[in-house]
Each structure stands twice: as C-alpha cells, then as structure tokens.
Write a protein that binds this ligand. Structure first.
Ligand SMILES: Nc1ncnc2c1ncn2[C@@H]1O[C@H](COP(=O)(O)OP(=O)(O)OP(=O)(O)O)[C@@H](O)[C@H]1O
Length: 644
C-alpha cells in the first residue's frame, strides 16, 4: 500500500463552510477509494487465475512467439471456484490482447496491471496513481513526472509594461517626448545626450503624466500608481527618475523635502546626488546629501535652518542612505517629510534586504500623519492610501508615490509586499510571454531567464586551480591592453592580499577599494580610478552595484560570486550605456558546473571558455614567487603594527 498521501495545493484555501464540506467529502472519498482498491485486488486475483488459459490461447495464435513457462501453482478459475465472473475476466477470455487494450483504457483496470503478470502478490496496486482525486499517492511503482508547481504572480508582476532593452538601437530622440521641460532638454543636450534610452522613454512620460497637475493629486484626482522599474545595468535608470522628479518640483513655491532618494551605499548616493545637482543647477531646487560622510551637525545645516518662528527647510531633494536618514528623522529638529511627494528607492532589491534597519516604517511614519485628529487649518491633508470615496476625494491631497529601480528587481511578491506599494505598475525589459500548456490553457514563461544583461557584454570563464589563480590573473592583467579594469573578490582580506600581490608583481597601476578604508580614502580612490590614474581596482562587492565609471573595459571575478544577482551587478560595471565590455570569471573545477548552471538559468549568454595554457603561465612564475615573498613580508609587518 502507498505510505503517504500528498494533497497538493490546488487554489485559494477553502475556509468556513467550504472547508467543513471539503472535510466531510474527504472522509467519504477515502471510503470509496478503499472499496475501489479492494475490488481491484479481487479482480487481479481472478485475472491471475485466468492467465494460464489465456497464455495457451495466445501462443497457439501467434507464430514465432516464445512459449511462456506454465505457472507452477495450479490455479482454479473463478468460475470453477464458484465465484462470479467480472466483466474484465469475460473480456480476457473472449479477446486476449484486445481485452488488455480495452482494460488499459478503463479507469478501473489500467494497462500496467494486466501487463505485469509476474508481479508478486504483495505488489502495491499501481492503479492507485491513476485514480482521480485531489492528491497524488506516493509509493506506487509507476514512475510519473511530478506536476511542476506553477508560479502565480499578481497581475501587475505577470504583465509588465515592456521596455525595449537595446540601448544602441531603440533610442528615442529628445524632441519626441515634448512633455519634458525645454530647460531640462537643453541640459540633456549640453551633456551630450540627444536621445533617451528605452527605459527613460518609457518611464519619464509615465511619471510626468502623474505629475501633470503639479505635485498634488494625479490625473483624474486619483492617487498615482507606484512604479517598479527593472532594466539592465547601465541602461540609464538614474535619469529615468531624475528628469521627472526635477520637472515635477520645478514650480514649487516653498521649499520642503518633496523627493527622497534612498540608496544602499555612500558612494552610490554621492553619484546620484551629483546627477541631481547637474539638472537642478539652473533652478531654485536644492539637493542635500545625507550619508554620514560629513558630521551630523554639518548635514543638519544643509537640511534645516532655525528661524525666529520655527525652522526653514533648505532641501527639496534629499539623497540618503538608510542609517543616516533615520538619524536625521530622530535627531534633526525641524526636519520634516510631511510634504514628501516622491520616495525613490534605487537598487530596490538590495534596499528590501536592508529592511531590518526599519528605515521604511520610519520614513512612512514621518511622511504620513499619525492617527490623531487632522489639523483643520492644514491646506493639504494627507492620508494613507485608501479606497477612493466621495469624502476622500473632496480635499486636495499630495500623494506619496514610490518609485523602485533595479537591474535585479525581485519578483517575490512577499518581499515586495514589505514596501506597501499602491496599485503598482511594473516596467521591465523581461518579457513574460504566454505559451500553451498541455491542457490547452496558457501559462506565463520567461523565455530568457531571470535577468537581462547588456547587449555589448561578453562573458568568459577561466578554468584554473587554486594554486594557478594568482598566475591566471597576472596573465590576464599583464596580457590585456586595457585602460580601466575592476577585479572583484569575496572578502576584504582577499582584496587586500591580492592588491599587495599585484602591487609587488608590478606592471600595472593598482589600488584597493573596500570597507578597510574610510569614506574619504574610498572617494579619493574612486576619483583616481575615474581619472584613469588607476588601471586596475581590486574591490569587494562595495563597488559592485550602481557605480558608474566611464571606460571600464574589463571586469574580473577573481572569486566567483555566490549569487546570480551579485554576478549581474559586478559584470554590469562594464558595457554600460551601449558600450562593449568583457567579463572574466576564474573558476575552480568544483565550481564550474554549479556556476555555469546558475548563469544559464539566470539568462546569461553562454560563457566562452578561456583556457590559459600552462606554457603561458610558466614565464610569470619567477616574478610571482618574488611577489609572494614580498607579500609575506608586508603581511608580517602589518600584523606587527596591528599588535603594537
Ligand atoms: N540617454 C542617454 N544617452 C547617453 N548616455 C546616457 C543616457 N542616459 C544615461 N546615460 C549614461 O549611461 C550611464 C549609465 O547610466 P546609469 O548609471 O543611470 O545606469 P543604471 O541603469 O542606473 O545602471 P546600474 O543598474 O548599474 O545602476 C551613465 O554614464 C549615464 O550618463
């Protein structure tokens, strides 16, 4: 008998009377199943008894067929034993193989049973798996493919607005989106931008439409939808939110914090605030950077000013990292988010991971009034998103719209739910297309895998052993003629040692970027890398996300990344904005299979194998050994200094 009965989830959970009914039904179904099994066992017994006669009939009819050995045990036919004939037994006697075929088509007597006369008596009835029922029975011998659990996504995730992904072909000229303010168009042209990238062409008009009536309610008086944007690395997501946010706030009269942009790292926040500064330069709008790079008091001075009758806000747009923002919410007198119109969450998947810092509830609490009685004198009341009613629509409101951006935006509704999105809308370069399923229904399938990669990026992997890894990287670094390369390791210790080794090896200007160093030093290193003074930057994943350095031609994963998302962001530091680039990953033999499968499932183009023959590595060995002993000396020295 089968040991377990697995009831698979079939749809929304039954509750209340439905559930009671289902439970009552389950009892009667179990009884019916038992009766059916018993009757099948009886029938099989009878069939076995009939088989010798049937076999004899068949061997005499079919020439050339091997005679079956007669059964040792003499059997008495059902009729002779005084038992009534079953319909199956009658058919078997009458028609031999035809009878089997018929039996196969019958739910009560499937093929497997009649085709295995030698089965021992204790064999479980395979027919169980054929029985209709809500579940699947384990323990039957018949091998059948387990039904694949289908992923059911909310409609907004399953049906995204499609964004084209080719940033070299699918460009939209600036003049084709006349909604963008002429001053901003002028700024774009001044920066050498004559066309919008596809993600910008899709998102900018959508956001401007929401903000058409200033920063009050959206079109038609409704609260605008929150937006999620998933587009490859280097596809221009930053301008996709900078332009509409600046334009929406252009005609503000009083300065209040109306846009808050959240980023996971200081460097990234600094980069985004620079872009805001460019496009707000010729406007009265002010941008404040709140990351902890400067003392709290200095940042406070850039946010609020004490006046005779209270506080004056000094920033319209705040670009922040979570920890420091919470510090200001708690400690900066007069810092208010009550007029917040846009909450931009860049690198949204990473920011969701940092939700344990509870920055979002703090922001929402600061932005929306608490439950107490509303201030009757306030010009604009704001409520948490709710159903639209005549009462809720009669007062003008300033909506708080959330905008999420990432190259690896999660599709996990549970994770996204933490953000409390309001009627969200997804813009994505990944097409969910519909393919027919067996039963004639349709299901959503992503033909390309989880993520999209920049078109100009070529992926390679270098098979190597643990001992040949340093030589392999030296060969890549010395042998390739590049102006800027980024090399990633999985820890800051690895970064440091590799940096010391390559520095001792020589031949390339190298630097290190990790949390080993303070923000000031890191900023300096990044600047030198941008300026081309550093050729090779050895880094932890601190630079893997969002960092936009022009002219990075090569990304090397000295340590293979553990997660697909990490790979996407690391290699995305090259081949940005339609340029080309190369990514090399050094792989140990044991890592190859898992890593390549992970990438294939993630939608990466096939990785080209880049074998480095040992004869090319051999000449590097003497220099490498020298560098190794130099590294040892430096490490000892550092340990001594640390201990002192
Ligand atoms: N329309 C455009 N025309 C030309 N260059 C552009 C355009 N839009 C953006 N860029 C440039 O493309 C580069 C990448 O843009 P951006 O940093 O916004 O990419 P991203 O999509 O945010 O990437 P990531 O996911 O890695 O953060 C930047 O150097 C930016 O100046």
């Amino acid at each position: 008998m089968a040991l377990f009965h697995v009831a698979r989830y079939q749809g929304p959970e039954a509750t209340g009377p439905e559930r009671a009914e289902a439970e009552a039904g389950a009892g009667s179904r179990a009884r019916a199943l038992l009766e059916r099994l018993q009757s099948q066992a009886r029938e099989r017994q009878q069939q076995r008894e009939l088989e010798p006669a049937e076999a004899a009939a068949q061997t005499s009819e079919v020439p050339g067929r091997r005679r079956r050995r007669p059964r040792r045990r003499p059997r008495v036919s059902g009729r002779a034993a005084g038992r009534p004939d079953t319909p199956q037994a009658k058919r078997l006697r009458a028609g031999g193989e035809d009878a089997d075929a018929d039996a196969g088509s019958s739910e009560e007597a499937p093929k497997e049973r009649s085709a295995s006369p030698e089965a021992p008596d204790s064999r479980p009835p395979e027919t169980v798996s054929e029985l209709p029922g809500p579940g699947q029975v384990l323990g039957g011998l018949a091998r059948r493919k387990a039904a694949k659990v289908q992923l059911f996504l909310p409609m907004w995730l399953a049906n995204p607005s499609c964004v084209k992904k080719n940033v070299t072909k699918d460009l939209v000229p600036i003049e084709d989106i006349p909604e963008v303010h002429p001053d901003l168009q002028k700024q774009l042209r001044a920066r050498g931008i004559s066309s919008y990238f596809p993600v910008q062409a899709a998102v900018i008009p959508a956001l401007l439409e929401n903000a058409a009536s200033g920063f009050l309610v959206g079109r038609g008086g409704y609260q605008p939808s929150d937006l999620c944007v998933s587009a490859p690395t280097g596809s221009g997501k930053t301008l996709a939110f900078v332009i509409p946010v600046v334009q929406a706030l252009l005609h503000r009269v009083v300065c209040h914090v109306r846009a808050l942009v959240m980023l996971p790292t200081k460097e990234l926040a600094q980069q985004v605030s620079k872009v805001f500064n460019i496009y707000t330069d010729a406007t009265p709008l002010r941008v404040a950077l709140v990351t902890g790079q400067k003392p709290l008091a200095t940042e406070q001075e850039s946010l609020v000013q004490k006046t005779a009758d209270g506080f004056r806000c000094l920033a319209d747009i705040v670009v922040a990292t979570p920890g420091r923002l919470v510090d200001h919410i708690n400690q900066t007198p007069g810092f208010s988010l009550q007029q917040l119109r846009f909450l931009v969450v860049d690198e949204a998947d990473r920011m969701i991971d940092s939700m344990h810092q509870s920055w979002l509830p703090r922001v929402m609490a600061a932005a929306l009034p608490s439950k107490g009685p509303a201030d009757p004198c306030a010009l604009l009341q704001r409520w948490r998103p709710q159903a639209v009613t005549a009462a809720s629509a009669c007062c003008p409101q300033m909506p708080l719209q959330k905008l999420l951006f990432s190259a690896t935006l999660t599709q996990n509704p549970e994770k996204l739910q933490q953000l409390g999105l309001y009627q969200p809308r997804l813009f994505s370069t990944r097409l969910a297309h519909r393919v027919p399923k067996d039963e004639g229904t349709e299901v959503d399938r992503d033909p390309e895998g989880k993520y999209t990669f920049p078109a100009g990026l070529t992926h390679h992997y270098v098979p190597c052993s643990l001992s040949s890894k340093p030589l392999a990287i030296m060969h890549l670094v010395v042998g390739k003629n590049f102006s800027r390369a980024l090399c990633f390791t999985n820890s800051r210790e690895n970064s440091h040692r590799l940096f010391l080794l390559l520095q001792a090896f020589g031949g390339v200007s190298v630097a290190e970027f990790s949390s080993r160093y303070g923000p000031g030093h890191r900023r300096k290193v990044l600047k030198q890398f941008e300026q081309g003074k550093i050729q090779l930057l050895i880094s932890t994943d601190a630079t893997a996300r969002g960092i936009d350095v022009l002219g990075v031609e090569l990304v090397i994963n000295y340590d293979a990344p553990q997660y697909l998302r990490t790979y996407v962001h690391r290699v995305g530091r090259t081949a940005r904005a339609g340029k080309t680039g190369q990514a090399f990953t050094l792989l140990l033999k044991v890592q190859e299979r898992t890593f390549l499968r992970m990438l294939a499932e993630g939608g990466a183009p096939e990785l080209a194998q880049h074998e480095i023959p040992s004869k090319l590595l051999q000449p590097l060995v003497p220099r490498y050994e020298e560098a190794l002993s130099q590294l040892e000396r430096t490490v000892k020295e550092e340990q001594k200094q640390k201990a002192a």
